[in-house]
Design a protein around this ligand. Structure first.
Ligand code: CTP
Ligand code: MG
Length: 180
């Protein structure tokens, strides 16, 4: 059923969805690129910090462990077979999401976009690509079992919608400078 697919996709991607939002709340401090430039532009920019990346990754991993704890109760309640997260999968989803976002900033700077500039499609899917690639590298068995083709399709369609909605909310709450 489509609803089941959406529930599985959302559940499996939650540890990848939360890190970027946690980074927005925790950001600040030293930038990862240490102020370095490539050509006449920053390598990554002040928007990618060590603290934001570390806190984002930690929050994503802890969330996955929390989902493992409540998983059986949720499965019983909604009657959908939900995956639990081995540590490597949890880490791959969370850290991969941060890496995808960092890679996007690198590409933004190379294409002349200033910090905070919108980069449609890339902004909405960078962390999905990073999370899926990193998870596939770290725990390929879990990855193929969890992200079947239908689940992947739902993830790619659902994520941009969720991303736009959560960022608009964060913007309205004054947590983010831009609504994207
Ligand atoms: N953030 C961080 N570390 C990260 C990702 C995000 O500290 N690895 C924090 C920063 O304070 C950043 C905010 O979250 O300003 C919003 O994240 P994002 O929109 O990804 O960064 P931008 O500032 O818009 O910069 P960029 O144009 O490079 O995406
Ligand atoms: Mg931004």
């Amino acid at each position: 059923m489509l609803v089941d697919l959406v529930v599985v996709a959302f559940w499996a991607m939650l540890p990848a969805y939360v890190p970027n939002n946690a980074a927005v709340l925790a950001g600040g401090g030293a930038p990862i690129d240490g102020g370095r430039t490539m050509g006449d532009r920053r390598l990554l920019g002040d928007g990618k910090t060590w603290r934001g990346t570390a806190v984002g990754t930690a929050v994503g991993v802890l969330l996955a462990l929390g989902l493992n704890a409540v998983g059986p109760a949720v499965v019983a309640a909604v009657d959908v077979d939900l995956p639990s997260f081995p540590f490597l999968a949890a880490f791959g989803l969370a850290f991969g999401a941060m890496l995808g976002d960092i890679t996007a900033s690198f590409l933004k700077r190379r294409t002349g976009r200033e910090r905070g500039a919108a980069f449609p499609v890339v902004d909405q899917l960078d962390f999905v690509a990073g999370a899926l690639a990193c998870t596939a590298l770290l725990d390929y068995g879990w990855f193929t079992e969890t992200f079947t083709l239908p689940v992947l399709v739902v993830v790619v369609v659902l994520t941009p919608v969720l991303h736009v909605v959560t960022n608009a909310i964060a913007y309205l709450l004054g947590l983010k400078d831009e609504p994207y």
